[in-house]
Design a protein around this ligand. Structure first.
Ligand code: MN
Length: 255
């Protein structure tokens, strides 16, 4: 899977679109380690989860970003972008896939809805060590210096140690300087939805979703609390959704 050259080849993706400030920040960090190629959606694709495009064709367009990075903008989702990069757009296989830096938290249940995490998960499915990276600050002008430093440390860690098959790393960090990185697990949390109803010019109702994240547990080792303490949180996640705790207890049951 690795390249014959010594310098690693890193694929950079995101879900905020190829022109978001966060993806450029991540490409800058990745370029400290090796060659970078950006392949990402051509527009904002946050919260599309692991969606793929099956009913319309996908197109890609090449861009030079800041006269520094070569990028390809894809008319699809984050997962589409990584799949298309792997199968058609890259002329060699990446040593690492990084997704982000997302503008907004992907801790707790956000992991499930996140396009940023799904781009990294797709990298894992395709057999590449993959990292999703998010800043808890939704402001696109937020200070990403600490997230960049956390990204640098985690990229170095993965390039040196590798990553077990089937496992993706999910890194979240606050804006501002880095206080440190702590291993954490996904917080048990959910959204309490608050739909705001309005009426369109044809008198038909429509709704804006505006959920509030509710924490269903407490403890120092959960990602949301690690972030509240001001640290970056690093969580190993997996796409195998089997509930092993149930399966092990029911395998002898008659059906
Ligand atoms: Mn996003």
């Amino acid at each position: 899977m690795s390249n014959t050259e010594d310098s690693p080849f890193i694929l950079v993706c995101n879900d905020d679109g190829i022109f978001a400030p966060g993806i450029k920040a991540l490409a800058e960090v990745a370029s400290e380690f090796g060659e970078v190629e950006i392949v990402a959606p051509d527009r904002q694709q946050s919260a599309v989860g692991h969606a793929i495009t099956v009913s319309t064709p996908l197109r890609s367009r090449s861009f030079e970003i800041d006269n520094r990075f070569h990028g390809q903008a894809v008319t699809g989702t984050p997962a589409d972008s990584v799949k298309l990069a792997h199968d058609k757009l890259l002329d060699k296989k990446p040593d690492l896939v990084v997704s982000g830096i997302n503008h907004g938290s992907n801790a707790g249940i956000n992991i499930l809805y996140s396009g940023t995490v799904s781009a990294a998960t797709e990298g894992t499915i395709l057999g590449y060590p993959s990292i999703a990276i998010s800043c808890t600050d939704y402001d696109e002008n937020a200070d990403l210096s600490g997230v960049k430093e956390a990204s640098r440390r985690v990229i170095r860690y993965v390039l040196e140690n590798g990553l077990a098959p089937g496992i993706t790393l999910n890194l979240n960090a606050p804006s501002g300087p880095l206080k440190g990185i702590k291993w954490a697990r996904q917080a048990n949390s959910r959204y309490v939805e608050e739909f705001e109803g309005r009426v369109d010019p044809n008198n038909r109702p429509y709704y804006w979703i505006s959920g509030r994240l509710e924490l269903l547990e407490h403890g120092d080792s959960i990602d949301i609390n690690v972030l509240k303490e001001g640290y970056a949180a690093l969580t190993p996640i997996q796409y195998d959704l089997t509930a092993y705790t149930m399966l092990e207890g029911v395998e002898g049951d008659d059906l």
